[in-house]
Design a protein around this ligand. Structure first.
Ligand SMILES: [Zn+2]
Length: 303
């Protein structure tokens, strides 16, 4: 071991024992102060903050940055090959059937083309799921083999909003398989990777299997998943996050943007808690707070 790496190791151990608060205006620069506050501090991502005041300031800055990353409006995803055309080219549909399904979708003004193909009896759910797998270049996951080691990994309001489901977690490689039934939401996968510090792989399941699975999860909602409908300003969200972090004794907090949500994950001694802030301009007037509820879906209606 050379002198440089020896010094780096000593510095790293010193920082572990006497962590330095990352808040620029903090008063705990002296060692005895750092030692005093050491037990009470909270990590935000990889940075340590000595007191609730320092932590709240840091959370506010992080939320301001995250808020600016929120999309101004959810845009429908355009695929290179629309699902109807893909099934037509595979000989699973006739021109007439596709036209009828498109007409039904246009008349109703809602629903995906796959929904109307199934409603009109032109394709089965299995065929539509398989075609989606080709469209997104993703495997179809047999939901019956889903493992229960994913329970509580992700907050239910997010699962409902994106219609997604964690189906298998491989601890050895920290790989999480996340199933979707309509479209793959890559922004959600990226946020999950940040929050759980894992890798993700997307897969597809049938629409009815997804509905059943989400229904079962809704019956056993976790009190640790809390949704705030209407995205407040960064100062208010920081105050709420800091309050929950102190109340639950969180040792670390991570923050990420996930679609139209800002997601704060609190690592606590018993189980993690999730705070979800939904942007204000899509929330109904007058509503301020809903515990463990999800209001509607932020999914785009795409063909
Ligand atoms: Zn501090």
């Amino acid at each position: 071991m050379n002198v440089a790496s020896w010094a780096s190791t000593i510095r790293s151990k010193w920082e572990t024992v006497f962590p330095r608060c990352r808040e620029a205006d903090c008063g705990s620069r002296k060692m005895w102060t750092r030692l005093y506050w050491r037990r009470a501090g909270i990590h935000l991502e990889n940075s340590w903050y000595c007191s609730p005041q320092c932590f709240e300031h840091a959370v506010r800055r992080s939320l301001t940055c995250t808020q600016s990353a929120l999309p101004s409006k959810t845009q429908p995803v355009r695929h290179r090959i629309p699902l109807g055309l893909l099934m037509l080219s595979r000989g699973q549909l006739t021109n007439r059937q596709l036209r009828m399904a498109l007409d039904a979708q246009r008349t109703s003004g809602t629903g995906r083309i796959g929904h109307w193909l199934e409603q009109l009896g032109f394709a089965t759910e299995q065929q539509i799921t398989a075609a989606l797998g080709v469209q997104w270049a993703c495997p179809v996951f047999p939901i019956s083999t889903a493992r229960d080691n994913c329970e509580g990994l992700l907050p239910l309001p997010l699962l409902e909003a994106f219609r997604m489901l964690p189906v298998q977690f491989v601890p050895a490689t920290r790989l999480l398989y996340v199933a979707f039934c309509e479209s793959i939401e890559y922004t959600a996968l990226y946020a999950i990777e940040q929050m759980l510090r894992c890798r993700t792989e997307a897969c597809l399941v049938g629409d009815s299997a997804m509905t059943d699975a989400l229904g079962l999860l809704a019956e056993s909602r976790r009190p640790a998943d809390i949704l705030f409908d209407g995205c407040r300003d960064a100062a208010e969200m920081a105050r709420i996050t800091c309050g929950y972090a102190l109340k639950l004794g969180a040792s670390e907090v991570r923050i990420a943007c996930c679609g139209e949500f800002i997601w704060a994950r609190l690592e606590c001694s018993r189980e993690p808690a999730n705070l979800l802030f939904h942007r204000r301009d899509t929330a109904p007037q007058g509503d301020t707070l809903h515990l463990t509820g999800c209001r509607g879906s932020s999914r785009p209606v795409a063909s």
